[in-house]
Ligand binder design. Structure first.
Ligand SMILES: *Cc1c(COP(=O)(O)O)cnc(C)c1O
Length: 334
């Protein structure tokens, strides 16, 4: 029985063609700056997203951490969503390792932060307060795409208030594909952007931080400090280059599969939130654990949250979506 794993888009296996690209990769010692494949990936993504420089790192958590630490020093503050990955799911790294105070704000229904609330949270220049330095947004945010018009407003807002603007773009390409725009239309509003290659793009490992040459210079020093300086990392960068070339446009299929799943579950009477990209949220309440066990017996791996998140990706096809809907129907009739 082939397993259908909807817990996350991080669960994909590298395809044979991707593995072949990895095996063929030219490598060198990247801490010496001598890995040609890492250098190519960094140059490629910087160019694609409109930045002067980029840095390859093992994880999105490290990419965000280095971005925040390159922008902010000890005793500085960043404003971030209460539900944002950087704040909630990264072990408090910015505070622990960067001595950066987070100022979390509730995320709006559309995934944005209300700029009036952000303005009210910016601390005056007074020695009682931390120095507010940066606003961090996330796109997609729990599968939701931030409107381009909002990003333009956030850019103007941060310029007016002297803040830097960072994007946790773990799923940047899901947002770009959904909007039907070049990813630059999103990234041009930001001072730094973190992109994951290991989510929907299907690489086994890797994220890239993009920014100015000065910012990436700082981040490169910090990467060494936190133990992220890898050696013949071209093996991994090759997977990233392959993913950028072959796996961006196909994200539209994941979005269509998510929509198909949502429709099927709605028809079966489940309470499903509107879908924008590759995430489907269903209200399961106290039935979540029972559903997880029921689905597992049918080869379907789910999380067990009351607000259940299911994520489509390249290792789940359309007919498997049908199997998942059938399992939910069988569960509801139990
Ligand atoms: C997965 C994810 C990250 C971090 O990625 P890791 O590689 O797992 O550290 C950051 N932000 C968002 C929104 C993510 O989904």
């Amino acid at each position: 029985m082939s397993v259908i794993d909807l817990r996350s888009d991080t669960v994909t296996q590298p395809s044979p063609a991707m593995l072949e690209a990895m095996a063929r990769a030219a490598t060198g010692d990247d801490v010496y700056g001598e890995d040609p494949t890492v250098n190519r990936l960094e140059a490629e993504l910087a160019e694609r997203l409109g930045f002067a420089a980029a840095l390859f790192v093992p994880t999105g958590t490290m990419s965000n951490l280095l971005g925040l630490m390159a922008h902010c020093g000890r005793g500085d503050e960043y404003i971030v969503g209460q539900q944002a990955h950087t704040y909630k799911y990264e072990g408090g790294g910015a505070a622990v390792l960067g001595s950066i105070q987070p100022q979390p704000l509730e995320v709006q229904a559309d995934g944005s932060l209300d700029l009036e609330q952000v303005a009210a949270a910016i601390k005056p220049d007074d020695f009682h307060f931390a120095r507010t330095r940066l606003l961090a947004l996330e796109n997609t945010m729990q599968g939701k795409v931030l409107p381009l018009e909002y990003l333009a407003r956030a850019r103007r807002f941060t310029q007016e208030h002297g803040l830097a603007l960072h994007l946790d773009g773990a799923r940047l390409y899901n947002a770009a594909v959904k909007l039907g725009v070049d990813a630059r239309e999103i990234t041009r509003h930001f001072d730094s952007v973190s992109v994951c290659l290991s989510k929907g793009l299907g690489a086994p490992v890797g994220s890239v931080l993009c920014g100015s040459a000065e910012l990436i210079g700082k981040a490169r020093r910090l990467r060494k400090m936190v133990g992220g300086g890898m050696r013949q990392a071209g093996l991994l960068a090759a997977a990233g280059l392959y993913a950028l070339e072959h796996n961006v446009e196909r994200l539209a299929q994941d979005h269509a599969n998510a929509e198909l799943l949502a429709e099927g579950l709605r028809d079966a009477g489940f309470c499903v939130e509107p879908v924008q990209t590759n995430m489907v949220y269903v209200q399961m309440g106290d039935r979540a654990h029972a559903l997880k066990a029921f689905a597992a017996e049918r080869g379907i791996r789910l999380s067990a949250a009351a607000r259940l998140r299911m994520v489509t990706h390249m290792d789940v096809n359309r007919s498997q979506i049908g199997q998942v809907v059938e399992a939910f129907v069988a569960f509801s009739r139990k």
